[in-house]
Ligand binder design. Structure first.
Ligand code: B12
Ligand code: SF4
Length: 494
C-alpha cells in the first residue's frame, strides 16, 4: 500500500465563518497537510430562519457529491449544539459513501463526548482545544502509527471507548499561525469586516456559559485566560487588510477589556498602525474610567455588554454574576460620557424565573437606555451548571432532553424548557427590544401577540443599523458566492 505523505482533511460547516475551523486548517496546512471546506450557507439560522432558503440549490446534496469527489482521509466537524442535528444528517450520509473516519470537535463535542461517540457515524471526538491534537492525529494517520493514545481525542476501538486526557492549553497563542480565512472567504462568509480573537478564555464562571464546561475539563492546572501579544494581533490585521477590503474589525473575545495593561499597549499602537473602527464585547466588572478612555482613544465605535438579568438575586444566585445594578448604571453612564454606543445582551426564561423578575430586566434596560437591547430566550447548553439546575428543578424532562441532545431550537425561539411562563418569555423576547427603545408604545405593544413578523422587526431594534448593514451584505454574498462556486465546479466538470 502507498504511504500517504499528506493527509486530506475535509471540514464541513454551515451558516457562518468559523474561526475554530480556520485555526485548525491553518495548523494542518503549516504541518504539510491538505484541507478543504464544504459549506452550506444555511437558512439564515443565526438572525432569522427562513427554511425556504434551505431548499434552493439543494446544497446538502452538492456537499455530499463534492465530498465523495474529494475523497478525504479524515472528515472533520466543528460542533455547536444548534447545528448538530444538521451535521448528524450529513455525517450519516457520508458514512454510506466514504471510508474516511469522522471526527467531531468543538464545544458541543466537548460538552457531551460520550453521547456523541455512541453514534454510529462518529469515530472520534476531540475534547477541548484542537490544534495540537489534530496535527498529531494527521501525522499518525499519515504514517500508519498508533493513534489511540493521542491526548484530547477519544476513540472507538473494537467495541470499547478510549478516553485520553487533555493536554495543557496552548500557553503562548502567538505561536499559532493566523487563521486560514481563505477557506471561508471563497464562500462569501465575510467581506469587509474582519473577525478576530485576541485571546482565549474568560476569568468569570457564569453558570450558563461554555467557559464553565471548559474550566471543569481543564481544572486549575493551566492559566485559563490567555492573550496574544498586541504585536501579533496587529500583524494579523495588517496581513488580512492587505488581502481583503477590510473596513472595520470585530474583536470576538469573550471580554475584550480584561487586562488594562494590554489595552494600554493596544491603544498606543492600533490607532497609528491600523486605525480602523472596531467593535468588541465588554463586561461591567472590568470597566473603569481609564478603560473607557482607552477604548475610546483606540477607535472603539460600539460595544456589546452582557446584562443578562435585571434582577440582582437572579443574577447572583442563578447566573453566578456578582455585578450590582448600580455598577451597571455607572458603566452605562461612562459609555455615554465617552460617546460609545452600546447593545445590552439579555436572557429571559431562566429556570425558576418569575414573571416580575423577567420584567426587572426590561425595567433596568429602560433605566440605562442602551442604544439597542437584545433579548434572547435562555437555551440550556449541555454540561453547564445552569442546565443541571434546570434539570433538577424539573424544567427538563426526557422529551426536552432528547430535543437538547439533537440541538433542536435555539435561543432565538420560544423556550425549550417546560417553563410555566412560556407566553411571557416569548412576548418579552419578541417585544422588549422595541419597548426599551420606544417606551411610549408600551400600551400598544402589550396588546400585540408575538409572531414571526414582529420577531423580524425586533432585529432592527436589537442591533445597530451599521451591524445590520454589514451582516446583510455578508448574508447576500454568502448565498450568491456559495451557489456560484458550486455551480461553476459542476459546469467545469461537465
Ligand atoms: C465568534 C462566535 C460566533 C460568531 C462567529 C463569527 C466568526 N466570524 O467566526 C457568530 C456570530 C457567527 C456565532 C454564531 C453562533 N454562535 Co457563537 N460564538 C462565538 C464565540 C464568541 C467565539 C467562537 C470562536 O471562534 N472561538 C475560538 C475558536 C478557536 O475556538 P473553537 O471554535 O471552540 O475551536 C477550538 C476547539 O473547540 C476545537 N475544535 C473546534 N472544532 C473542532 C473540530 C475538530 C475536528 C477538532 C479536532 C477540534 C475542534 O479546536 C479549536 C481550536 O482550538 C464563541 C464563544 C467562544 N469564546 O468560543 C461563541 C459560541 C461558540 N457560540 C455559540 C452559539 C450558540 C452560536 C449560535 C448557535 C447562536 C445562534 N443561535 O445563532 C450561532 C451558530 C453559528 C452557526 N454556524 O450556525 C455558543 C455555543 C454553545 C453550544 N453549546 O453550542 C458559544 C460557546 C457562546 C455561548 N453562547 O456560550 N458565534
Ligand atoms: S463573562 Fe461572559 S464569557 Fe465569561 S463566563 Fe460569563 S458569560 Fe461566559
Amino acid at each position: 500500500m502507498d504511504k500517504i505523505i499528506t493527509m486530506k482533511t475535509l471540514f464541513i460547516f454551515r451558516n457562518a465563518e468559523w474561526l475554530g475551523i480556520e485555526y485548525l486548517s491553518s495548523v494542518l496546512k503549516k504541518a504539510g497537510h491538505q484541507t478543504k471546506l464544504l459549506f452550506n450557507p444555511g437558512a439564515g439560522d443565526i438572525e432569522f430562519k427562513i427554511p425556504f432558503f434551505e431548499k434552493i440549490g439543494n446544497i446538502d446534496a452538492v456537499i455530499i457529491e463534492e465530498a465523495i469527489r474529494y475523497n478525504p482521509d479524515l472528515i472533520a466537524f466543528s460542533s455547536l449544539t444548534n447545528i448538530y442535528s444538521w451535521q448528524k444528517k450529513i455525517a450519516v450520509e457520508l458514512k454510506k459513501h466514504l471510508a474516511a473516519p469522522i471526527i467531531f470537535g468543538g464545544i458541543h463535542a466537548t460538552a457531551v463526548p460520550d453521547q456523541m461517540l455512541s453514534q454510529d457515524f462518529v469515530d472520534m471526538v476531540c475534547i477541548g482545544e484542537g490544534e495540537e491534537a489534530l496535527v498529531e492525529l494527521a501525522h499518525a494517520m499519515a504514517n500508519h502509527e498508533n493513534i489511540y493514545s493521542i491526548q484530547n481525542i477519544w476513540f472507538k476501538n473494537n467495541g470499547s471507548i478510549i478516553k485520553n486526557s487533555v493536554r495543557p492549553l496552548i500557553h503562548d497563542l502567538d505561536v499559532l499561525p493566523f487563521p486560514d480565512k481563505e477557506i471561508f472567504y471563497k464562500y462569501g462568509c465575510f467581506y469587509d469586516r474582519l473577525y478576530i480573537m485576541t485571546g482565549r478564555g474568560c476569568p468569570f464562571s457564569c453558570s450558563y456559559c461554555y467557559n464553565a464546561t471548559y474550566k471543569n475539563l481543564y481544572g486549575s492546572k493551566n492559566p485559563y485566560v490567555r492573550r496574544r501579544s498586541v504585536r501579533n494581533v496587529i500583524d494579523e490585521i495588517l496581513y488580512f487588510r492587505s488581502r481583503y477590503p477590510i473596513k472595520e474589525i470585530f474583536f470576538y473575545d469573550d471580554i475584550f477589556t480584561i487586562q488594562k495593561q494590554w489595552l494600554e499597549e493596544f491603544a498606543s499602537s492600533y490607532p497609528k498602525e491600523v486605525g480602523l473602527p472596531y467593535k468588541c464585547l465588554i463586561h461591567v466588572d472590568t470597566i473603569d474610567e481609564e478603560i473607557m478612555r482607552l477604548l475610546s482613544k483606540s477607535g472603539c465605535y460600539y460595544v456589546d455588554m452582557g446584562l443578562e438579568s435585571g434582577n440582582e438575586k437572579i443574577r447572583k444566585q442563578l447566573l453566578y454574576r456578582n455585578t450590582t445594578n448600580e455598577q451597571i448604571k455607572r458603566v452605562a453612564h461612562l459609555l455615554r460620557k465617552y460617546r460609545i454606543p452600546f447593545t445590552t445582551l439579555n436572557m429571559v426564561g431562566l429556570p425558576s424565573e418569575a414573571q416580575e423578575e423577567m420584567w426587572d430586566t426590561v425595567d433596568l434596560n429602560i433605566a440605562i437606555k442602551p442604544n439597542n437591547a437584545l433579548f434572547t430566550t435562555f437555551y440550556p447548553f449541555p454540561n453547564t451548571p445552569l442546565t443541571d439546575r434546570a434539570e433538577l428543578l424539573g424544567y427538563i424532562d426526557d422529551e426536552v432532553r432528547l430535543k437538547l441532545n439533537n440541538g433542536e431550537k435555539s435561543y432565538k425561539e420560544s423556550t425549550i424548557l417546560n417553563h410555566p411562563e412560556k407566553d411571557t418569555i416569548l412576548w418579552i423576547s419578541s417585544f422588549a427590544p422595541i419597548l426599551v427603545k420606544w417606551t411610549f408604545l408600551t400600551a400598544i405593544l402589550k396588546r400585540l401577540k408575538p409572531n414571526r413578523f414582529f420577531r423580524f422587526i425586533a432585529i432592527f431594534f436589537s442591533s445597530p443599523l451599521r451591524n445590520i448593514f454589514f451582516r446583510t451584505k455578508e448574508l447576500v454574498l454568502m448565498y450568491v458566492k456559495t451557489r456560484t462556486y458550486y455551480y461553476m465546479k459542476r459546469n467545469i466538470r461537465e
